[in-house]
Design a protein around this ligand. Sequence first.
Ligand SMILES: *Cc1c(COP(=O)(O)O)cnc(C)c1O
Length: 389
Amino acid sequence: MKKIPLAIPHMSGKEMAYIEQAFAENWIAPVGPNVDLFEEKVCDYTGAGFATATSSGTAAIHLALQLLGVTQGDTVFCPSFTFAASANPIHYQGAEAVFIDSEMETWNMSPIALERALIDAKQKAQLPKAIIVVHIYGQPAKMTEIMALAKAYQVPIVEDAAESLGSLYEGVQTGTIGDIGIYSFNGNKIITTSGGGMLVSANKAWTQEAKFLSEQAKELSPYYQHEKIGYNYRLSNVSAGIGCGQMEVLQERIAQKRLIFEHYVEGFTRYIETFSNFPRITCQREIEGTFSNRWLSTIHIEGVHPLLLKEALDANGIEGRLLWKPLHLQPVFRKNRFFAEDVDAPISNAQHLFEGGLCLPSATQMTPKEQLYVIQTVAKFLIQAGESK
Ligand SMILES: *Cc1c(COP(=O)(O)O)cnc(C)c1O
């Protein structure tokens, strides 16, 4: 039996034409017409002013921090409940990540915890050089509150929209709300270039500087002249060709992802209404004014450890994955500071999410029959767990 995967690349069929063009014209380099076209397509879709395609989303975050002057001795605020790639570039720069708790509606950066961290930083005369906001699993964060705080304390915002391409906050595309946005086109994201990323901004000087740094910081000169440390972070023209083909189906993928999420909700609701001791399941809320691309459908369950559910799914050929383990609980970040939303709570919201949450198969190739099987397998396990209490 083939395994039902969490999320896998889903080609449109248009990608090969772009790649063949690249081969025909011998544009097999990190420059070429596909790179320009891909940047143009992402700008057109998101409304971003300018863009620089990069070899990964992580590289784009790293460049964003460079543009904002993050350096040794600085701090950068970052949610704890995210993938390590959100925070690692802070440490590439020799700066320190300060982790911020989640709120329980969207699971993203808590404005309450953020404000407490900013007050503390101001008192210590060490305001962060930047705030990285993540739209986790595709659900936009509470940007109105976060942007107001950023403005009040005059700290720039980097939006890590790696998971949320196509998601909207009050009609505006995530990635284009803060000062700099980044997208990822890694293999498991909503669209992929097999590996790649993009930095976007309304500030053309920044995207140009990002491009310059991503191409080894070669100064305009008849010989190799370098005045800054550069990187090899540019996206290849072949990969960008995949991106061009993928952009044509982004809208369709979002509709498919949202339908998958709705089917889970409908499926579980039926069980909750039928079985009185069915464990409580909650999902990430699409709060008013937001539109999620529902990159991954996730659930949070009370009273049953998600690892047990994951094992039950594995045994039935279904891939599930625990939610992000909070970064402030990771050994590598054990010395970093963390600001909880509720300082009196026994555990942070981020930890509470981790200890109860699971990502369910969300691949857009999943058939309705396969999804029904996933729902039934989850429900069967939860009914047994509920009865054994
Ligand atoms: C995937 C991801 C990244 C990193 O993107 P890559 O293209 O894999 O380098 C960064 N942040 C978040 C939240 C991600 O999910």
